[in-house]
Design a protein around this ligand. Structure first.
Ligand code: ZN
Length: 268
């Protein structure tokens, strides 16, 4: 597996070593090492889920300290299960990290060339991480079933292409999220994929009007179709719902649960 655990610090996380070797800090957090109480125990990094904000801010402080990045050099988007993508600039540093009022509104994809670290939050939805070596840019996207059905991954690639990036050289990592083992969806969800995708080999019928949806494969297929090379896609294949000791899961725990973060930062 291209993704590896990094467990030597107080806050364990998952990363992709070959991205680190390129100078990109990429991390996906766990629920371990924070101060939030049940049901947000303990490293809940989401400010919008009903947890005590003081605890969340302490958790975020711990996460940033681990990477040696100040609040003023991080940007956070609102995440509305849409497909809007925004280029983050120097002046966006600090947005959404200390309070929800300054979040970059109505975006699920963030890309940057600025050196500002990007942070997005997840509890089953798919984190997509992007690196375009030729234009020294990185990005992150929040792809739940809606974002995946409406092809946010492709929209992020287009944003990089508009800035001169070559998708054939791009790297993409697909992080921990709910797996096909646990993600049963109904006809309404399945239909959204049939409408938007020519083929849907990632939908496996359960015979009762429900389907097991493989969001990892849907996103991987979309990336391949858009020109990303298969050897440049790192899929974690780790299911958040199956690992309660490590991850929050909206499907497993219900609405009152925490969020992990996807983190990406170009250090150069
Ligand atoms: Zn599972």
């Amino acid at each position: 597996m291209s993704w590896k655990w990094h467990k030597s610090e107080n806050l364990p996380y998952l990363t992709v070593p070959r991205w680190q070797a390129e100078g990109i800090d990429l991390g996906f957090s766990t629920r371990v090492g924070g101060v939030s109480r049940v049901p947000y125990d303990s490293l809940n990094l989401g400010l919008h889920v009903g947890d005590d904000p003081t605890a969340v801010l302490e958790n975020r402080k711990r996460w940033l300290a681990q990477w040696g990045v100040p609040c003023s050099r991080v940007a956070v988007g609102e995440q509305v299960h849409g497909t809007n993508v925004l280029w983050v600039k120097e002046e966006d540093g600090g947005r959404g990290i200390g309070e929800v009022e300054t979040l970059i509104p109505a975006v699920d994809g963030l890309v940057t060339q600025s050196g500002i670290s990007l942070m997005a939050f997840f509890a089953d939805c798919v984190p997509l991480f992007f690196y375009y070596p030729d234009i020294k840019s990185v990005g992150i996207a929040h792809a739940g079933w809606k974002g995946t059905a409406h092809k946010i991954g492709q929209k992020v690639l287009r944003s990089f292409e508009e800035a001169g990036g070559c998708t054939e050289d791009a790297w993409v990592a697909i992080g921990p999220s709910i797996g096909p083992c646990c993600y049963s969806v109904d006809e309404i969800v399945a239909e959204q994929f049939r409408v938007n995708y020519r083929e849907t080999p990632f939908l496996h019928t359960q015979g009762d009007g429900h389907y097991l949806l493989d969001l990892w494969e849907a996103n991987r297929m979309l990336l391949l179709e858009s020109g990303v090379r298969s050897e440049n896609i790192d899929v974690a294949s780790i299911c958040t719902a199956d690992n309660p000791e490590w991850f929050f899961s909206h499907r497993r725990d219900g609405a009152r649960t925490g969020r992990m973060t996807g983190w990406i930062s170009y250090k150069e």
